[in-house]
Design a protein around this ligand. Structure first.
Ligand code: NOJ
Ligand code: CA
Length: 535
């Protein structure tokens, strides 16, 4: 297994590096850039879905769980990637999408043809109510009705995510057998593990009971849809999911190198669910929840959430990320950050200060801002469904800027599937590698620094204080206790830390040192972090 608190570099394969000049990132492209991960110092890579897909949701809509999207490469290239990564001590994790398939999957085509087909029961079908409306009030994780009418079959099918992604029926043993077979297939290739997408949506209530109203939570202001007032008690986070996962856990543990199972969950009570799926049941090694940091845009929100989380009886094991392929880039989204490099550094320090698995989305190490994709070139048809009032998710998915002066910023010899943003030229890797004060050099030094401090890697995490722009964390591990103060604002800040007199300031690489005055009064510059050690 990778180390207990690995840093995984999250690759959006289609936009990482194109090796054969067709404008599409590919597996060979990743092989050619393995040196970059060595240089940066991450522990592994997490690949966005590489499976056969009609790409209406760019790989989260799959048509075969055991076949690769040939645009990305063949099995020989895949195994070469895994082997070459391993030679460098890098683990490879796959984003594995098994809750649903594309509606173009041959299984769904067969299932939807008639209620008596051999695969009739591979998805979740139900008749309309007498007035023609859906079978019950269930909602997708994005807040719309979770049922879609299928005219050929004359029934509704369940989709907990997008409407062209019907949920598989994991009450059917044949479907479970297929899942197990696919999991084994990929683990046999030598990958270090899988990140299971939407893993708390796998099983539903078989009586299809209506969901009761729900208690309003912290993220309600972000979601204005009236459907949000319904709970999701009977269609998501069912206890039955754990049984299924335990079975996958058994498969993963059967390998000599004990494979990793990470999960991506979606639930209005994110932290309770992380707990249930990780520490309470040990079903997963770590989990991330879409409704957590990736929806935050201030340290105030992060502080509030982490505080709740860390105070729970046995906090779960988180997999943390501030950015991903579903959400506007961190430095563009975050309050007051305004794409400033100093803000990027502070937010990276925050991310690397958390306990658990860290997932660093490609481009975050560059402080890359959200790209401006002209409307006619946008590709994400479903972004609007995923996030209300949002233009789509293309702005965080554009090609990586490798070379500041090259055509398509060095990503590809041909026009890329999604245009490289010309303003990303100044963030290009070649440019930042030559500049010791760049966000990229900072990230690299920070990763190295994190490895030197046992509490940063393995220590328990506590939120000591927070307000809208300021957060103070503690990381404690046997012999080492670190205090981390973060000022996420354009203003100077004063923090009263109540430090013992022998506390010592540690220097964060590439960041101006702050020194607490008498009685632990600390003055922080805009976007400055301070780390102290209690001795
Ligand atoms: C989660 C993925 O992160 C997102 O990109 C996708 O649209 C949904 N699952 C639906 O499958
Ligand atoms: Ca290519």
């Amino acid at each position: 297994k990778p180390s207990a608190s690995p840093i995984l570099y999250h690759i959006y394969v289609r936009s990482f590096y194109d090796s054969n000049g067709d404008g599409i990132g590919d597996l060979q492209g990743i092989i050619e850039k393995l040196d970059y991960f060595d240089w940066l110092g991450v522990d592994g890579i997490l690949l966005s879905p590489v499976f056969e897909s009609p790409l209406s949701d760019f790989g989260y809509d799959i048509t075969s769980l055991r076949g690769l999207n040939t645009e990305y490469g063949d099995m020989a290239t895949f195994t070469k990637l895994v082997a070459e990564a391993k030679n460098r001590g890098l683990s490879v994790m796959l984003d594995f999408v098994a809750n649903h398939t594309s509606s173009k999957h041959p299984w769904f085509i067969e299932s939807s043809a008639s209620a008596t087909s051999a695969k009739a029961d591979w998805y979740i079908w139900a008749p309309a109510k007498n007035d023609g409306t859906p079978p019950n009030n269930w909602l997708t994780i994005f807040g719309e009705s979770a049922w879609r009418w299928h005219p050929t079959r004359g029934q509704y099918y369940l989709h907990n995510t997008l409407s062209n992604q019907p949920d598989l029926n994991y009450r059917n043993p044949d479907v479970v057998r297929e899942l197990n077979k696919s999991v084994r297939f990929w683990l046999d290739t030598g990958v270090s593990g899988l990140r299971l997408d939407s893993v708390n949506l796998f099983l539903h209530d078989d009586k299809l009971r209506n969901n009761p109203p729900r208690h309003l939570g912290w993220q309600d202001d972000a979601r204005t849809d009236p459907y949000r007032y319904q709970s999701q008690r009977y269609n998501i986070s069912r206890p039955e999911n754990i049984h299924l996962l335990k079975q996958l856990r058994g498969i993963a543990d059967g390998y000599d190198d004990k494979k990793w199972l990470l999960g991506s969950l979606s639930d209005p009570s994110p932290y309770a669910v992380i707990d249930r799926y990780t520490s309470e049941s040990d079903a997963l090694d770590a989990a991330n929840v879409f409704e957590s940091l990736s929806l935050c845009h201030s340290v105030g929100q992060v502080g509030e959430q982490l505080d709740d989380f860390m105070k729970s009886v046995h906090p779960g094991i988180g997999c943390w990320s501030t950015g991903n392929h579903d959400i506007a880039r961190t430095v563009s989204r975050w309050q007051d950050a305004n794409n400033q490099p100093e803000a990027a550094k502070l937010l990276l320090t925050m991310l690397m200060s958390l306990q658990g698995v860290i997932s660093l989305f490609q481009g975050e190490e560059l402080g890359l801002p959200e790209a401006d994709v002209p409307p006619s070139l946008r590709r994400d048809l479903f972004g609007k469904q995923v996030i209300a009032n949002y233009v789509g998710r293309d702005g965080c998915r554009t090609p990586m800027p490798w070379l500041s002066e090259a055509e398509n910023l060095g990503f590809s010899a041909s026009p890329p599937w999604l245009p490289a943003d010309p303003t990303h030229s100044e963030y290009a890797i070649d440019k930042q590698q030559q500049d010791e004060s760049s966000v990229l050099h900072f990230t690299r030094a920070l990763l190295y620094w994190r490895k030197q401090h046992v509490a940063m890697q393995h220590g328990a995490c506590r939120v000591l204080a927070y307000n809208q722009t300021l957060m103070v964390l503690e990381r404690h591990h046997e012999e080492q206790t670190l205090i981390i103060a973060l000022n996420a604002s354009n203003n100077e800040a004063t923090v009263r830390l109540n430090l013992p007199s022998d506390a010592k300031s540690l220097s964060l690489p590439h960041m101006a040192d702050a020194v607490p005055e008498n009685h632990g009064v600390l003055k922080l510059l805009p976007w400055q972090a301070w780390v102290g050690e209690l001795v």
